[in-house]
Design a binder for this molecule. Structure first.
Ligand code: ZN
Length: 234
């Protein structure tokens, strides 16, 4: 299983190992008091994203992520999170998109518990790829108020993918490419949110940890490939 994942994500590690590694680093290197730390996540709403929730942090989690892990809560959400962190405490934000890899190495799918067939993962990104591949469908959807109102997050996600349409569709693995594009977007978006509302935090430090979550069939452990780690002093 791990070998299949490493083909696409050479720096991926077991999710439990990653969480322990970074929690230890926060404590030992950056002097975080985990009893006095509030966790926020910006990961996809998908029910399988549980193994990377940093269980040792007691105050948890403020949920910033919507479909595909985009921090749809925006400036209002980051401000609310900032106001919830313990006085003189610490803030920790984990963010990123996710992608499935089945036992036989199929990208963008997983076998979920109780199901006989594989399903898409991340389903929101898989749908996004289908939509950007069909100009007529996009035009139809965009002229439909019902879609933009009742599928707001997916309609925004399309705007993230569309500028990279050629790169995604020409890729050998469009779902891998779309996940990369989405990571870039989430990383930029999250850093911008924190930077623009830094003065709202009444704590000592903010840690930002970003990566790609790699989900596997239900009987296997999940993996994470960390891409960015940054600690900001307030
Ligand atoms: Zn998803």
């Amino acid at each position: 299983m791990k070998n299949e994942i490493l083909k696409y994500y050479p720096k991926a590690e077991d999710a439990e190992k990653v969480t322990e590694h970074y929690l230890k680093e926060l404590e030992d290197v950056h002097s975080f008091d985990l009893e006095n730390t509030l966790l926020a996540t910006s990961i996809c709403v998908d029910d399988i994203n549980v193994s990377t929730e940093f269980r040792r942090i007691q105050l948890r989690p403020f949920i910033m992520g919507g479909l595909a892990g985009v921090p749809f809560v925006g400036l209002t959400g980051i401000t609310a999170f900032a106001h919830h962190v313990p006085d003189d405490g610490y803030a920790f934000i984990f963010y990123g998109p996710h992608i499935g890899v089945t036992k036989d190495g199929t990208l963008g799918k997983i076998r979920r518990k109780g199901q006989a067939k594989n399903t898409t993962c991340c389903g929101a990104l898989a749908l996004g790829i289908d939509l950007i591949n069909d100009d007529r469908k996009i035009q139809e959807e965009e002229s439909d108020d019902f879609w933009s109102q009742y599928d707001y997050q997916e309609s925004r996600l399309i705007k993230v993918l569309q500028p990279h349409k050629q790169r995604i569709l020409k890729s050998e693995h469009p779902i891998w490419e779309a996940t990369e594009v989405t990571y870039g977007h989430i990383n930029k978006f999250m850093n911008k949110l924190v930077e623009s509302r830094k003065s709202e935090f009444n704590c000592k430090k903010i840690a930002l940890l970003g990566g790609i979550i790699i989900n596997t069939d239900f009987s296997e452990d999940d993996f994470v490939e960390i891409r960015d780690f940054n600690v900001i002093n307030i």
